[in-house]
Design a protein. Structure first.
Lengths: 314, 349
């Protein structure tokens, strides 16, 4: 029988042996299960953290009013002073200094890598920059204390710069955040389509004009997201400030004075042994919750910025 | 996004994860010294400390039965005062040199923290303290079936310290000291001839027995003024204080004498009411801030864990050989005899 099969028969006979849909593959199910479990673990962890933070912080806010918490400028839980501002200002000062270092430098690095560097220079520089992100923060902390602080003290004078000061912690934190900013900004810059650049060149723009006036504005949403994530990283950074910024709450905006950040305070207080049902113990959870809300809202903000201001070309 | 940028964002993601891992590793590493071994290791088959000679007659002071560190084994968990810490560390090293095969941990978490872990959570065998145990801590111990026994091991002269670069202060009175650590904002506020520079204060943290002692002796038992003082940095880690006070001629700190002696080159210890801290002035009590150093244990622990009894015995017998090197001063003969007698009573001998 050598009748030529119709096209329909041909399709059916071809489809039958390789029907991929129906067969149950136990290992596929298993792998899917494992992957789902991995995803669920991180979500459950977050829920657990929020629950624990909220529970202990609730006990704290039963005794201390929000007004006292946000209205006072003195934080000494042992003598019932619960004004959170000294810790918040220190966090803001270190983070601001860090961003003053990390944003301009990181952006320049990103522009260089995406617009100017030859592929060779790029392949050499990028991994080196990523090494900076891999240095343990405790090493950065001692770097701030034993290297940056003496430099600041010899420049500005021993009497002006304290041994523990927020400036050196902030500067070193800036170095820590730099790779994050540069790497994310570079991704954003590289994603700008080649046609945009070529159009700019075609209109007679120089390389610098193209980079600054065309490419950077087009990638602004990505860059803004990088900056916001950098800020949230700075607020949460712990070891550098714990080692170099100071060990006492201090309501000041002077970067050369020692002051304790939210994270630094939590580390120092929990380093001694606290009794579990004391107000001191609950207070660190209130601080933790505040930190969590600060970084969470920044992360949400960065997501919104990306969605709102993204310019799509492709 | 082209595939290349996908790869890059993956690389970025993984480096972020790496950074997060490192960060969490750091975060976990920090509190480690305070939370080291949770459960004391279950007692091994009870080995009686080898008693080779009967207690000698108490004429030449109280003698303890000689102990052979190689004959006992198991874990010894101790925690407490950062002031006693260097002394206990030295005793542990010496006990191990003599052949003790087990593990001994010494955590430096402050006297209050030490009693917390000895009495409340009942997880340590020995509490180190730079102040006597408080009544409520004894109560907490009893509710856990522990009856704390106090062993006096030495004397500390609390050092009031400024930087070696400070050329204007050599002597203070206790009243001036209280002023320096509370309301005075510049040195000139304390004595007009001192410079009008802001005082930078460094103090042990509130969990520390040294802090409690200072508040009691100098601040008139009220901790509010010192915690309210401007420019004050508090740390449980005495090395943070040493580094801070070395850094400026206008800084002042207080801590155990051993930490002063370790850094004597860069620091200057002040005399108080004209008395300098020395072995003699600490022992005869003329130095106003001389204070006793203790370790605490419990008869039940000493009985069920012969290694703990042996270690305390060794501590009380040989502490005077090491204490001066560590930077503290020997307790009086009577006080040490009292401690040895307490050991004998605790062991029912």
């Amino acid at each position: 029988m050598t009748a030529i099969p119709t096209s329909q028969e041909k399709l059916a006979s071809a489809a039958a042996p390789i029907n991929l849909r129906r067969r149950v593959r136990p290992h596929e199910v298993l792998i899917q299960g494992i992957l789902f479990f991995s995803g669920a673990v991180s979500i459950l962890t977050t829920i657990g953290i929020v629950y624990e933070l909220g529970k202990e912080a609730f006990l704290f806010f039963k005794q201390v009013s929000l007004l006292e918490f946000f209205g006072g400028v003195k934080w000494q839980p042992q003598i019932a002073e619960f004004g959170v501002w000294p810790l918040v200002t220190a966090t803001l000062v270190t983070t601001t200094i860090a961003m003053l270092i990390a944003v301009p430098l990181g952006l320049m690095v990103a522009i260089y890598l995406s617009e100017y560097a030859t592929p060779r220079a790029r392949n050499l520089l990028k991994p080196i920059l990523e090494v900076l992100a891999g240095i343990p923060t405790v090493v950065y902390g001692y770097f701030a204390l034993t290297f940056m602080t003496p430099i600041l003290r010899s420049i500005f004078g021993q009497d002006i710069v304290d041994v523990y000061n927020t400036a050196s912690a902030g500067i070193v934190m800036g170095i820590l955040i730099l790779p994050l900013i540069s790497s994310m900004s570079e991704d954003a810059l590289s994603a700008v389509p080649r046609a945009m650049r070529e159009a700019a060149y075609g209109l007679g723009a120089t390389r610098l004009e193209t980079a600054v006036k065309i490419v950077v504005p087009s990638a602004l949403s990505g860059i803004a997201a990088a900056v916001i994530l950098g800020i949230s990283r700075g607020i949460g950074e712990t070891m550098i400030v714990a080692l170099a910024a100071g060990a006492g709450p201090n309501f000041t905006f002077n970067p050369f004075e020692g002051a304790e950040t939210l994270t630094g305070h939590i580390v120092r207080i929990s380093g001694g042994d606290l009794s579990y049902n004391s107000i001191d113990y609950n207070s660190i959870f209130a601080l933790g919750l505040l930190l969590f809300l600060m970084t969470l809202s920044l992360n949400i903000l960065s997501g919104m910025v990306v969605r709102r201001f993204r310019e799509k070309y492709e | 996004m082209n595939p290349n940028s996908h790869r890059k964002s993956f690389a970025l993601l993984s480096s972020l994860i790496l950074a997060a891992l490192l960060l969490s590793a750091c975060a976990q590493a920090t509190p480690a010294p305070t939370t080291a071994p949770v459960e004391p290791v279950a007692t091994e088959a009870p080995v009686e400390p080898v008693v080779t000679e009967a207690p000698a007659e108490p004429v030449a002071g109280v003698m303890l039965p000689a102990v052979d560190p190689t004959s006992v084994d198991g874990a010894i968990v101790t925690a407490g005062s950062s002031t006693v810490y260097p002394l206990s560390e030295a005793m542990v090293a010496s006990f191990k040199d003599e052949g003790f095969p087990g593990d001994i941990t010494v955590d430096s978490i402050g006297s209050g923290g030490g009693f917390e872990r000895f009495c409340v959570t009942a997880e340590t065998d020995i509490a180190n303290a730079s102040r006597a145990i408080k009544d409520e801590e004894v109560e907490a111990c009893r509710s856990n079936g522990r009856e704390p026994i106090e062993f006096r091991v030495g004397t500390d002269a609390l050092a009031i310290v400024v930087s070696a670069e400070n050329d204007f202060v050599d002597d203070v009175t206790l009243a001036e000291l209280a002023l320096i650590f509370s309301t005075a904002s510049t040195w000139a506020d304390v004595r007009p001839e001192w410079p009008a520079e802001p005082i930078q204060r460094f103090s042990p943290g509130t969990d520390s027995g040294t802090f409690d002692y200072f508040v009691e002796e100098v601040m008139g038992e009220d901790e509010a003024p010192i915690l309210n003082a401007a420019n004050i940095q508090l740390s449980e880690d005495d090395n943070v204080l040493v580094q801070g006070v070395e850094g400026s001629p206008y800084a002042i700190a207080y801590f155990g004498f051993a930490y002063y002696q370790e850094n004597a080159g860069a620091l200057k210890a002040l005399s108080i009411d004209g008395v300098t801290p020395t072995a003699e002035s600490a022992e005869d009590g003329s130095y106003p801030l001389a204070r006793p150093l203790f370790i605490y244990s419990d008869a039940g622990i000493m009985e069920s864990k012969p290694q703990v009894a042996a270690f305390i015995n060794f501590y009380l017998t040989t502490v005077n050989d090491l204490i001066v090197d560590v930077g503290y001063f020997p307790a009086s003969v009577e006080a040490l005899d009292g401690a040895r007698q307490a050991w004998l009573d605790g062991m029912g001998q």
